[in-house]
Ligand binder design. Structure first.
Ligand code: ADP
Ligand code: MG
Length: 696
């Protein structure tokens, strides 16, 4: 199917084809992302006004919006400019006033002739003991009163577009809604008691009360599911394409792995062993691997990745691991090179800092296959970087990269298997939205012997106590991170804060004891500062959040975070995860400056109470909302108009299995239901998926 199906044409026509929508309104709507009748259709009302007719206002609890038949009485024009124009009206049992400001007298006399009956609808309120309705929403003669909807949906306001215009546009869209074949599994539809698509949109726009506005209302739930289903179909199609794309079977013989494992001072945890096995099995398979390794901070993802890279080498090929920052790439080099050397494997680093002849030499060695494992930053996938035989690409801490980059990476890696690692525990619904196309391994167990981190929340006033505590700890040979506040997203300000703190701590704790690292330091200085801390030459590392991701210094047991109340939950969790990695008891001191916002207080409280990354992530999702959590723009996380990832998480899981099941039985989407699903993809603007079908 190369083009949009014909039944959908009216929904993708120009907005101006809708009743009451002219060029001006169309433009206003477009500014909010409403570009076609289809988008009008998916802009569901968020409230409903009860305009059921009543005989009298008597007994109504004011203020309230009501609709009543009245007899028009005397008009009282304002005595001075700017005062109200009042019209006295009477219903069956009571009287009140209609009130207008800046109105034309003649116009009012025309629509409200004395002695006639009118139906008026609007908000009735008490003012100076008198019931009044200011600027009624409707004033109609009895014979036209049928135009007032009994229950009127209320739409989100677009600047300059009135409710009435929006209502009309919706009605005019509903009038052209085509009947579409069902794409939802009949069993699912029946079990949930969902209406068909056409009925669902009609019902969703005609709420009869508050229940119909709730996300659980069958019509709304169905439309939400459609969105999730379309998204999951896209992911499932991408997944199938990746799998189909000719992969490389990389079978290891365990020779290098066992050499490395012998030199390690510890044994892999069961979770690590399981993940290593799952990955090796995927790699041995000729299908292309597309796997996510999820594990909380400190769960030991690096070892799993390294074991996988060794499989690539054992199979006679090469592997690459990309880290999001220079610091992390260097850390991988330091941690992994000795292990690699011990096993006779050549491991090199490539980052943006490699220039000129040295870079050329590395590239040549890589192309010859003399470098077997490459670690680095984005630079490892730049133009000109050619592998002899790339088998595996590992992306570390990928939440920093986003979905799009992941797809690009998969394309660059040719047939190479892809392993993505994420440290941020993501609530299941988000994980499904973001990684629904991947298989998942989870490290749900931390290396043994870790003691829980003691977390305390302390006022900045007590900074002297904190420094005193530090001095004692340093005396006992322990190390400490000191994270400086984020100031207004301004890096220069961050910098000043960090530099000030550095100077002050240095003057208290002594020269040479305190190091400083921040994003704007010359690269070589950054390395030197990190290396000095890693080697234990400095005891305190003052830092901006550059250390947030992945840095690993097991001897560091104290984490001080200044102005912790200004950080996000996930970020605080990541930062805290820098300690608690060794055998010794670790402490995290969250310093706040009063007054703290409600949200800030709650975040610190959650952190103090739990170390469980999943609990923290769920809380974060609830507090912030899905889009915010990962930063929708960078993450490539889809924007759903109707579905609510926070509240409809279970639906996402159903949509995933449903989408995968449909493709399993009907891979080309040619059955009746399959063809309906194609229409769904068009309806949901999933162009990417449509291209995947045509290619696949
Ligand atoms: P993350 O999952 O956050 O990337 P790392 O891979 O950096 O975690 O590992 C954290 C620390 O745990 C490192 O110091 C690593 O050497 C250590 N480690 C990893 N696996 C084990 C294990 N099975 N037993 C003991 N320590 C381990
Ligand atoms: Mg890591």
């Amino acid at each position: 199917m190369s083009g949009r199906p014909e039944p959908l044409f009216p929904l993708f026509a120009s907005l101006e084809t809708l009743e009451g929508v002219g060029p001006k309104t169309a433009k206003l709507l477009e500014q909010t992302g409403v570009e076609a009748p289809r988008d009008v259709l998916f802009s569901l009302p968020y409230a409903v006004v009860d305009r059921t007719r009543r005989d009298t206002i008597k007994g109504a609890e004011l203020p309230v919006t009501l609709t009543v038949t009245v007899t028009v009485g005397v008009h009282r024009a304002p005595s001075r400019r700017g005062a109200a124009y009042r019209v006295h009206v009477e219903d069956a049992q009571a009287d009140f006033q209609l009130v207008f400001f800046h109105a034309h007298d003649q116009y009012l006399r025309n629509i409200l002739p004395g002695g006639t009956k009118r139906v008026v609808s609007g908000k009735l309120e008490l003012f100076d003991g008198m019931a009044q309705m200011v600027h009624p929403d409707y004033i109609l003669p009895l014979e036209e009163a049928g135009d007032i909807p009994e229950f009127e949906p209320v739409y989100h306001r677009t600047q300059g577009v009135t409710q009435k215009t929006m209502y009309k546009a919706v009605q005019s869209t509903l009038a052209r809604v085509p009947e579409l074949d069902e794409w939802i599994d009949p069993g699912q539809l029946k079990q949930q008691k969902w209406p068909g698509w056409g009925d669902a949109v009609r019902v969703a726009h005609a709420p009869q009360g508050l229940d119909d506005i709730s996300a659980d209302a069958p019509a709304r739930a169905r439309l939400a599911y459609d969105e999730l289903m379309a998204h999951q179909l896209t992911l499932a199609l991408a997944r199938r394409r990746e799998k189909k794309a000719r992969g490389i079977a990389s079978k290891g013989d365990g020779r290098l792995q066992s050499k490395v494992l012998k030199t390690l001072p510890y044994k892999p945890t069961d979770a690590q062993a399981r993940a290593i096995e799952e990955i090796a099995a995927d790699m041995a398979n000729p299908d292309r691997m597309n796997r996510l390794l999820q594990g909380d901070v400190g769960s030991g993802k690096t070892l799993v990745a390294f074991m996988a890279l060794l499989v690539a080498v054992e199979a006679g090929g090469q592997g690459v691991m990309m880290a999001p920052t220079e610091i992390l790439a260097r850390q991988h080099l330091q941690g992994l090179r000795p292990l690699a050397e011990g096993a006779g494997v050549v491991l090199e680093i490539l980052t943006g800092r490699d220039k000129g002849g040295e870079r050329e030499a590395k590239l040549a060695a890589l192309a010859r296959g003399d470098i077997q494992i490459l670690v680095g930053t984005h630079a490892v996938f730049q133009k000109g970087v050619e592998f002899k035989d790339l088998r595996l690409a590992v992306v570390d801490e990928q939440h920093r990269f986003g979905v799009r980059q992941r797809m690009e990476l998969a394309e660059k890696g040719q047939g190479a298997d892809v392993l993505v690692m994420t440290a941020t525990p993501i609530p299941r619904s988000l994980a499904l939205a973001q990684y629904g196309d991947m298989d998942v391994s989870v490290l749900d167990e931390k290396p043994p012997g870790r003691k829980p981190i003691k977390t305390a929340v302390i006022s900045t006033d007590k900074i002297d106590d904190v420094v005193g505590h530090l001095r004692r700890a340093i005396g006992e040979g322990r190390q400490c991170y000191w994270v400086c506040p984020l100031v207004e997203e301004s890096e220069t300000m961050d910098l000043t804060a960090a530099e000030d703190r550095f100077k002050r701590l240095r003057s208290v704790l002594g020269e040479g004891v305190v190091g400083l690292v921040h994003g704007q330091m010359p690269p070589a200085d950054k390395d030197a500062a990190m290396a000095a801390f890693q080697a234990g030459k400095t005891s305190v590392l003052v830092a901006t959040t550059v250390i947030e991701v992945g840095v690993d210094v097991p001897n560091a047991t104290i984490m001080v975070i200044e102005r912790a109340e200004t950080f996000g939950l996930a970020q605080l969790h990541q930062l805290r995860g820098r300690v608690g990695r060794g055998e010794a008891q670790s402490t995290c001191l969250l310093m706040y400056q009063a007054p703290v916002t409600e949200g800030g207080r709650k975040r610190l409280e959650v952190l103090r109470k739990t170390e469980d990354g999943f609990v923290i992530a769920e809380t974060d999702l609830q507090m912030r909302g899905a889009g915010d959590l990962i930063g929708t723009a960078q993450s490539g996380l889809p924007v759903f108009r109707i579905a609510d990832l926070e509240r409809q998480a279970p639906l996402m899981a159903v949509a995933q299995s449903d989408a995968r099941a449909l493709l399993a039985t009907d891979p080309e989407l040619t059955s009746k239901r399959g063809r309906a699903a194609r229409v769904l993809l068009w309806l949901m603007r999933q162009d990417r998926a449509i291209r995947l079908i045509s290619v696949g």
